[in-house]
Design a protein around this ligand. Sequence first.
Ligand SMILES: Nc1nc2c(ncn2[C@@H]2O[C@H](COP(=O)(O)OP(=O)(O)OP(=O)(O)O)[C@@H](O)[C@H]2O)c(=O)[nH]1
Ligand SMILES: [Mg+2]
Length: 201
Amino acid sequence: MITANQITGLILAGGRAQRMGGIDKGLIPFHGKPLIESTITRLKPQVSTILINANRSITKYSHYGYPVLMDETPDFSGPLAGFSVGLKHCKSPYLLTSPCDSPLLPTDLAEKMAGELEGKNLELVFASSKEDDGKIWSQPVFCLMRRDLKDSLDTFLSKGDLKIDRWFKELRSGTVVFENAQAFANVNTPEELAALEEVSQ
Ligand SMILES: Nc1nc2c(ncn2[C@@H]2O[C@H](COP(=O)(O)OP(=O)(O)OP(=O)(O)O)[C@@H](O)[C@H]2O)c(=O)[nH]1
Ligand SMILES: [Mg+2]
């Protein structure tokens, strides 16, 4: 059984946050505290340690006491750039990614994804959510992967491809469907931030 001490958590806070006006999304207040703190709180019990991937405000993110890793590929090339640097610094056999802007992430994220990865002998598992209308949505930035996928990812990125689902298709990958779609609610605009604060009192 894959346990928390075999998993490193990677919090993705390296985006531009253009829909939020270009400010640093992980640091905007959510219930009075920087948004990333909610992710840290939920992820921490599920993993052995945490890495933060950010491209700005490095000193502020460093205050949480975890390594802060900047993308090694230029120009905000998307979440896979964060996966790559996270895999490079991951010392455990598995890496679990979560964005900094989904403060209600499932408390059983690691457990369910690890069960699927191990049970089906997969290399990577991403989350999906079941919406109220029954539709299933991929949540590809919530992802548990083997650390040894580093070379595969770097080869993929070196071809100039950045599409996350295209990399997944090259692998033995699968998904876990989570019933509580609200756990994946993410904050992209000031309106979404206000709405999520309202429902998560
Ligand atoms: N490392 C890294 N992470 C990224 C990059 N772009 C997006 N992400 C992360 O991927 C996740 C999902 O991205 P979005 O919700 O679209 O965030 P964003 O790109 O900052 O926001 P917009 O600019 O408004 O699209 C977030 O956790 C981002 O921090 C990037 O260029 N590098
Ligand atoms: Mg988002």
